[in-house]
Design a protein around this ligand. Structure first.
Ligand code: 5U1
Length: 668
């Protein structure tokens, strides 16, 4: 047998044992023998490095740590699940399903709902090529190098006849026993311990150094598929689970086909009763319509399938004393009242803080400092204060009053009509918002400072080199070179990029200020309508309301922002540093390029929502109408345009596809 054959044979042998051990939980050989096989393979590969392949079982851990995760777009979105909290919710779900399908009996697959992190794995011709977090459902972080270290994730699928492309969806988690061992190890080494298995799994999966991930006891349960190419799909989800298992992917042993509501409820009760003896955390069960054909017929509502639901276990609750209410300023300026609690153990963790959501909730629940309160913790959700026990209220309990100034920077706070959130208005100045404000300011659609990424902003703020956006313009190469991973050339490039950003447009500058709800389109509208920053800064509410895309809330946000001396000082400094743009006064409303034109928008656009497209067109002076008539100048048509498209073509109205729209809007 030649070397290549010996290597391949060893790899097949090791892959088989991985499968037996990690997927079937039925090892065929003792650990020492397995180690022996692995060492033999390592020895052969080190003698013949030219024969090493990425899917070899020796190649789980990559070499160098990454500086940051890249992004992976999910070819099919990763969906989220609707929640049910009672039998009635499940009955209602079943009714919706049967009514839509016009069927009396619908088989479901019931599965435990793991309390871990959703991931998507992509196999091409049977080889693992990438792994991504769920992210926002459309794209997530590229964690390929980390998922490769997880022993129950095969680097190569077993068997032949696998799809040319297979996206597998599943949950990465840490077993309870693994979690306990990890924390013990962390304690011994004087390192920080983790609060619960979910946090530990999340922290481990999001390590930039895959060697760290490799040392963490992570595992996966696969529960579905995304894109599948060149493969005859089975008719049922339950069959697909079997196929995943046969390909070497780990699938929960606990899934079951259930045929009616009473079987669904029975399954829930059985799993709940088993919950404490499982070696992993679950927070409920999931029901999925078994037949793919029926799933397709049911479709989706927004991001959640109509054919599946999570029936969550009741949250865990405990009693404790509310010692104080602090105000926390979030990265975006939202002020959240946070309960400081007498430490209490609930749902597997000691809780000292819990959210009180907002001032209305506190008033509605009549919660006072000194009260005995009920704390609830559900899965990965931040613990919350549910209620106060009035009968235990001490005479000196203190009612809550919301602050009128930001506790971090002293700026005024604002609460918009119809909103429950109170926000700090010192966006450019407030320390709590510092990092976010700078990241936003430097982002591509704002001042577009190439090379000034999130990590660098974190460092600049942490090294106290930058405390607001104006400080960026006095940075020099020597200061930058003190930062991690910053060489001479990168420092020079960044200084140049910062300098180049000084020449901008008023619209970009306004967007860069990060005024609440002033997105790109609104900023463009404001720039076109006011032409000059100074006019906008002094604009009355009435003047602001006359701008397309500006309603009372946006107007109030703009006025509150420019009212803060702190913000005005930063703007003045930016102008003194040389940030400039062309005066747009000549673009005042009469000269807007689409003045007098009427458009209708239909179908789904990729680059923006229909509302954003509408605002952008309005900013250029166009009218946007809801229906097509002979007076319509153009129909902007995205995907699946529907009847407006038919009507427009029959009336001879010009059809504008998304590419043309972007050209019109000058966004290409
Ligand atoms: N077991 C299981 N967990 N889980 C989570 N199945 C499952 N399916 C999911 C999610 C988010 O989503 C699909 C139904 C789309």
């Amino acid at each position: 047998m030649d070397i290549r054959e010996r290597i391949n044979k060893l790899r097949d042998e090791i892959n088989k044992h991985n499968y037996q051990y990690y997927v079937l939980d039925a090892p065929l050989i003792p650990d020492v023998e397995y180690d022996h096989l692995l060492r033999d393979l390592q020895a052969l590969e080190s003698k013949h490095p030219e024969l090493i392949t990425a899917d070899s079982p020796t190649q789980r851990v990559g070499a160098e740590p990454l500086a940051a995760f890249g992004t992976i777009r999910h070819e099919l979105p990763m969906l989220s699940l609707g929640n049910a909290f009672s039998e009635d919710d499940i009955i209602a779900f079943h009714r919706r399903v049967t009514e839509r399908l016009n069927a009396t009996e619908v088989p479901y697959v019931a599965e435990p709902k793991l309390d871990g992190l959703a991931v998507s794995l992509r196999y091409e011709n049977g080889i693992l090529v990438s792994g991504a977090t769920r992210g926002d459902g459309n794209s997530g972080e590229d964690i390929t190098r980390n998922v490769r270290t997880i022993p129950s994730i095969p680097l190569r699928l077993l068997g032949t006849g696998t799809p040319s492309v297979l996206e597998v969806r599943g949950e990465v988690y840490m077993s309870r026993s693994g979690f306990a061992a990890l924390n013990q190890r962390q304690r011994k080494q004087g390192e920080k311990t983790f609060v619960n298995p979910r946090n530990a799994a999340a922290g481990s999966l999001r390590q930039l150094d895959p060697k760290v991930t490799a040392q963490r006891p992570l595992a996966i349960f696969c529960y579905g598929v995304g894109v599948v190419q060149d493969y005859l799909m089975p008719q049922r989800h339950s069959e697909m689970l079997m196929r995943l298992k046969n390909w070497g992917l780990r699938v929960s042993e606990e899934y079951r086909v259930v045929n009616n509501i009473s079987e669904c409820i029975k399954y829930y009760n059985e799993i709940e009763a088993k919950r404490d003896i499982l070696d992993y955390d679950i927070d409920g069960v999931v029901y999925k319509v078994d037949l793919f054909q029926q799933q397709d017929a049911l479709g989706f509502v927004s991001r959640a399938p109509r054919w599946a639901i999570a029936y969550k276990f009741p949250a865990q609750e405990a009693l404790t004393t509310l010692q104080a209410i602090d105000i926390q300023v979030g990265r975006t300026g939202a002020l959240t009242p946070v309960a400081r609690l007498k430490p209490v153990f609930v749902g597997g963790a000691t809780i000292t803080n819990a959210t009180l959501h907002n001032e209305d909730e506190i008033q509605r629940k009549d919660i006072r400092v000194g009260d005995t309160v009920v704390i609830r913790r559900a899965g990965d959700v931040i613990p919350e204060v549910v209620s106060a026990l009035r009968e235990r209220r001490p005479a000196d309990a203190v009612p809550f009053e919301m602050v009128t100034a930001c506790p971090d920077c002293g700026s005024d706070v604002i609460r918009n009509k119809g909103e429950s959130v109170v926000r700090c208005t010192g966006g450019l100045y407030c320390p709590a918002q510092r990092k976010e404000a700078i990241k936003h300011f430097a982002s591509r659609k704002a001042l577009d400072i190439e090379g000034l990424g999130d990590k660098l902003v974190d460092q600049l703020v942490e090294h106290q080199l930058v405390s607001n956006v104006a400080d960026l313009y006095s940075l020099n190469r020597d200061q930058l070179m003190e930062l991690e991973r910053m060489g001479e050339k990168s420092a020079d490039n960044l200084v140049k990029a910062i300098n180049d950003s000084k020449s901008t447009t008023l619209a970009r500058f306004l967007y860069a200020l990060g005024i609440r709800e002033v997105g790109e389109a609104t900023a463009l509208s404001l720039a076109r309508n006011f032409g000059q920053l100074s006019t906008l800064m002094e604009a009355s509410e009435e003047a602001l309301l006359s701008v397309p895309d500006v309603g009372p809330v946006v107007a109030a946000n703009i006025r509150a922002f420019f009212r803060q001396d702190h913000n005005r000082e930063v703007i003045e400094r930016l102008e003194n540093e040389g940030v400039h743009w062309q005066d747009l006064t000549e673009f005042s409303q009469q000269n807007l390029p689409l003045k007098g034109k009427t458009f209708v928008i239909t179908g789904k656009l990729d680059a923006m929502t229909r509302d954003e497209a509408k605002a952008c067109l309005q900013a250029l002076g166009a009218k946007v109408s809801g229906s097509v008539s002979s007076k319509t100048d153009g129909l902007v048509a995205g995907h699946d345009p529907g009847s407006k498209y038919t009507r427009a073509t029959s009336l001879g109205v010009e059809i504008i596809d998304e590419k043309n729209l972007l050209t019109i809007l000058n966004k290409e």
